[in-house]
Design a protein around this ligand. Structure first.
Ligand SMILES: [Zn+2]
Length: 222
């Protein structure tokens, strides 16, 4: 699944709650001695996704292994699960984390999740919300439910994954003007539920994540 390739950054700091396009090592943050020490390790291993738990064990985000290691070495987080690989460098050895947990509880502003094409497609599980065909990300477009030409905004509630056929067919018409097209479901804003869903999709290949992502029995079937 292509979501494995996505880089996510950890919640916390200036970019709290943001699952954007920046790599874990980008940004204007000053390079610290810790970064230099961590920089000796291989890049690819450093981009492995790591699940981030709040102090309460609630899953809150995914970050790259590099960012996770920085948090662990700074004493901000501890490793809960390891990947089973150890990184060796001249003067240090580090066990690669698979799941880390923040030592101090942080309030997470879930509504500030980045509105992006990627996140809309994830929310909609790569499924055209009109004809329900599942396609790759490159075969999908975003549809404004209320067309932009009629004042529709680019919001979580007005954007859905859509195949090109349906997008053409719908054009600038309103849904109630079309008899043969209807929405699979009301597009939802980004919520804790969406956030969990995205983490599950990205983490589904890592068995050590499951106990943290599926701990709520009431939500297990979602
Ligand atoms: Zn379609």
């Amino acid at each position: 699944m292509q979501t494995r390739k996505q880089k996510q950054r950890v919640t916390g700091g200036r970019h709290a709650g943001h699952m954007g396009h920046h790599g874990a090592g980008s940004g204007r943050r000053a390079t610290t001695e810790l970064d230099v020490r961590i920089g000796v390790f291989r890049q690819t291993a450093m981009q492995t996704p790591v699940l981030v738990l709040n102090a309460s064990y609630e899953p809150i985000n995914i970050c790259g292994a590099r960012r996770a290691l920085v948090l662990v070495l700074k004493g901000v987080a501890r490793t809960e699960e390891e990947q089973g690989t150890t990184l060796h460098a001249a003067r240090m050895q580090v066990k690669m984390p698979s799941v880390i947990r923040l030592l101090e509880y942080r309030r997470i502003p879930h509504q500030t999740r980045a509105l992006s094409r990627k996140n809309i497609l994830l929310r909609d599980r790569n499924m055209c919300q009109y004809c329900q065909v599942v396609l790759t990300a490159s075969e999908l477009t975003l549809d404004h439910v209320l067309p932009r030409s009629r004042g529709g905004l680019s919001t979580w509630e007005n954007l859905v994954a859509c195949c090109h056929d349906c997008n053409r067919r719908k054009g600038n018409q309103l849904l109630h003007e079309l008899t043969d097209m209807k929405l699979l479901r009301e597009p939802r804003p980004f919520s804790l539920h969406t956030s969990r869903h995205i983490m599950r999709m990205i983490g589904s290949a890592d068995p050590s994540w499951r106990r943290y992502l599926y701990f709520e029995s009431g939500e297990a079937a979602a």
